[in-house]
Design a protein around this ligand. Structure first.
Ligand SMILES: [Fe+2]
Length: 219
C-alpha cells in the first residue's frame, strides 16, 4: 500500500473507529494481555488471493458490506491483539490488513478456482490501525476450509499483513485451534511445533461472542 493510501487508511480508520465505537467498546475489546514471550511471529507468504480491488467498505467490520441489513453468513468472530516488537514494545499506528475466504471457503478473487458460493454480504478484506497500545480489532466470520489441490485442503485461516514505519511489511496467517486440518496443512506444518502455536488462536466465549486474541511480534 502506498503512503497516500496509508494516510487515507489512517483517516478512514479514525472515522471507522467512531462508527465502530459502540461495537468495539464491549468487554472483549479490552487490551490484549501482553505476552511474556515476544519472540517473533512466524512469517508466511501473502498467497495468491490478496484482493485486486478493495471492497466498498474499508473498515474492520467484515460482517456486512455497505448495508447492514444484509449480514455475512457463517459464525461471527472477534479478533483482537497487539502488534509489538521483540522488545515487547507496542508498535503504534501500524496498518493491519486481513483477507480471507467467506464461510463457504471461497475468496473474492478472480483466480480462486474454488466453485463454492460467494457471499455477497461478506467484506473479504479489512483494515485497522493499531492504537497507542499497539492494539487492533476485527469483527468477521470464521472462514471455511478450501481445496488448495486435489490432495490438500487448507484449514480455516485468515491472512494478515502488517505495515509500519519501523518494520518491513510482514505477512502471516492466523489459524483456529482444534481444527483437524491444521495437522495436515503443508504451510502450517512447515514451521516447528513451537512456532505453529504462535499462529494458532483458541477462541473463547465472552458475553456470548466468540473472541480470539492474536498478538503479533515483528522483527
Ligand atoms: Fe488462504
Amino acid at each position: 500500500m502506498k503512503k497516500k493510501d496509508f494516510d487515507s487508511s489512517r483517516r478512514n480508520f479514525m472515522r471507522n473507529s467512531l462508527a465502530l465505537g459502540t461495537l468495539l467498546a464491549n468487554e472483549w475489546f479490552r487490551p490484549a494481555p501482553v505476552i511474556a514471550n515476544c519472540a517473533k511471529t512466524p512469517r508466511e507468504t501473502a498467497g495468491p488471493f490478496y484482493p485486486l480491488r478493495y471492497p466498498i467498505d474499508k473498515d474492520n467490520d467484515l460482517t456486512f458490506l455497505n448495508d447492514k441489513s444484509g449480514k455475512a453468513e457463517g459464525e461471527r468472530i472477534f479478533i483482537s491483539g497487539r502488534v509489538q516488537n521483540e522488545g515487547c514494545e507496542p508498535v503504534r499506528g501500524a496498518l493491519v490488513e486481513i483477507w480471507q475466504a467467506c464461510s463457504t471457503g471461497r475468496y473474492n478473487h478472480p483466480r480462486d478456482p474454488n466453485k463454492a458460493r460467494l457471499d455477497p454480504h461478506f467484506q473479504y478484506w479489512g483494515k485497522a490501525l493499531t492504537d497507542e497500545k499497539g492494539e487492533y480489532g476485527f469483527k468477521t466470520v470464521k472462514p471455511g476450509s478450501y481445496p488448495a489441490s486435489w490432495f490438500w485442503t487448507r484449514p480455516p485461516h485468515i491472512h494478515f499483513m502488517i505495515q509500519s514505519k519501523q518494520h518491513a511489511p510482514f505477512t502471516t496467517q492466523m489459524y483456529f485451534a482444534g481444527e483437524p486440518l491444521n495437522e495436515k496443512d503443508k504451510l502450517l506444518q512447515g514451521h516447528p511445533k513451537t512456532e505453529q502455536q504462535k499462529c494458532i488462536v483458541a477462541f473463547g466465549k465472552v458475553k456470548g461472542e466468540k473472541v480470539g486474541i492474536f498478538n503479533i511480534t515483528l522483527t
